[in-house]
Design a protein around this ligand. Structure first.
Ligand code: UD1
Length: 388
């Protein structure tokens, strides 16, 4: 069997790492003893993310082999990224003729390669199927809907996703409940992350700052922040208000550590708020962090403020209070009312302020880890493909 799996952007890398590991283990453990055919695997990187800190560092940290093929698509509008990826990926499929294309998550690479695979009559498997925010302003929602409509095999992270897929007409025999593959990566790397000294993370990643006097973050409380969604960072009045709240109010009772996405940094410079952020004594602005460093940061934070999809899930597993700076989420299983650690607060400062104090009171024992978020999802994904 020949499988092509696809990655493009940062959140894809932690999802593909355990899948590749499962293929390698299958090839090493079973093929000889049970006379099964080995799986031929090809990794395609579309090149949507290309900076070392957004891509290469994850390959290295998660021991992902270098991509066999890089489509070199890079940055651009959605149509540019999707169109160019489709044209390049079509050539790969025509040359390699795989049995399966496996896509993960909801980025532009996921959409582009799903459409191309089906047009080339190749079976398509989507890992992380069925998540829905029902927000059509969100590019990822469009990517999720199209991918799931086309996929032959829909592998879901939770029960709610199965309900979503069935409501849209997917057949039961297309759906397999496998759990959350990104949590495989979290559990595989937890011990290594735990050993990291946060002061080193700050010293090695701080931007435009030479502070050597780093507080003892084993004792000093801090909030971790990540923001990158166009809905939060592309509008001046929203980004300025959020930054003011973080710099003027959160710093009253704790430090702030903020690894910054290139898109957000560019916007802050454009809106003239960058200097205010990097010169605040209680704020540490960092480059995008490598996988283990980010995990260590999340583990040590007493609160997370984020618009990331994956961090909502990681905070739930780590039982770290999390304010989700969005008006909706495709991951309702992470919300406090459903047993998670997160509260949906949108981007209105008034709402965030109120929830901030409430969220800090989270009783960790109330957080329930969702079913099958157990570190064995990748094996279940591979099994589902082999049994299809
Ligand atoms: C993409 C995904 C989003 C995911 C996010 C994680 C889509 C539609 N969006 O958004 O779901 O949560 O990745 O980061 O696929 N840039 C660099 N270096 C890079 C990559 C990007 O400087 O290596 C800058 C460029 O200015 C680029 C901008 O960041 O235009 C946005 O990158 P892009 O890949 O278009 O989308 P993200 O906002 O990263």
């Amino acid at each position: 069997m020949k499988i092509i799996s696809v990655v493009g952007a940062r959140p894809n890398f932690m999802k593909i790492a355990p899948f590749i590991k499962a293929i390698n283990e299958y090839n090493n453990n079973y093929t000889e003893s049970e006379k099964k055919e080995a799986i031929e695997h090809i990794l395609v990187h579309t090149g949507q993310h290309y900076d070392d800190r957004m891509s290469k560092s994850f390959f290295k940290a998660l021991k992902i082999p270098e991509a066999d093929i890089n489509l070199g698509v890079g940055s651009g509008s959605h149509a540019y990224q999707v169109g160019n990826t489709m044209m390049e990926f079509e050539k790969v499929l025509q040359c390699e003729k795989p049995d399966w294309v496996v896509v993960v998550g909801d980025v532009n690479a996921t959409l582009a390669c799903s459409v191309t695979a089906k047009k080339e009559h190749v079976k398509l498997c989507h890992i992380e199927a069925g998540l829905r925010s029902r927000d059509m302003q969100m590019p990822e929602e469009i990517n999720r809907l199209v991918t799931d409509r086309l996929a032959d095999l829909l592998l879901t992270p939770d029960q709610l996703s199965i309900d979503n897929l069935k409501a849209e007409g997917a057949r039961s025999d297309q759906i397999d409940f496998v759990g959350n593959i990104m949590i495989d990566t979290l559990l595989n790397n937890y011990d290594e992350a735990r050993m990291i000294d946060l002061a080193d993370v700050i010293k090695n990643n701080i931007i435009e700052d030479t502070r050597t006097n780093i507080p003892d973050f084993g004792k000093e409380p801090f909030a971790a922040i990540t923001l990158h969604r166009p809905s939060n960072v592309d509008h001046e009045e929203i980004l300025v208000a959020l930054t003011d709240f973080i710099v003027n109010e959160i710093t009253r009772d704790r430090y702030v550590i903020w690894p910054i996405h290139p898109r957000t940094k560019n916007k802050m410079m454009e809106f003239d708020i960058w200097d205010k952020l990097v010169t605040n004594e209680k704020v540490f602005v960092l480059h995008p962090l490598a996988y283990h460093q980010m995990l260590r940061l999340s583990m040590g934070a007493d609160i997370m403020l984020t618009d990331s999809g994956g961090l909502q899930e990681e905070c739930t597993v780590l039982r770290i209070p999390c304010l989700t700076l969005r008006w909706n989420t495709e991951r309702p299983v992470t919300l406090k009312e459903n047993g998670g650690a997160c509260m949906l607060v949108g981007n209105s400062v008034e709402k965030i302020r109120k929830a901030y104090h409430e969220s800090l009171k989270l009783n960790k024992e109330d957080v329930k880890i969702p079913q099958f978020w157990d570190g064995k999802t990748a094996e279940r994904c591979l099994e589902a493909i082999l049994n299809y």
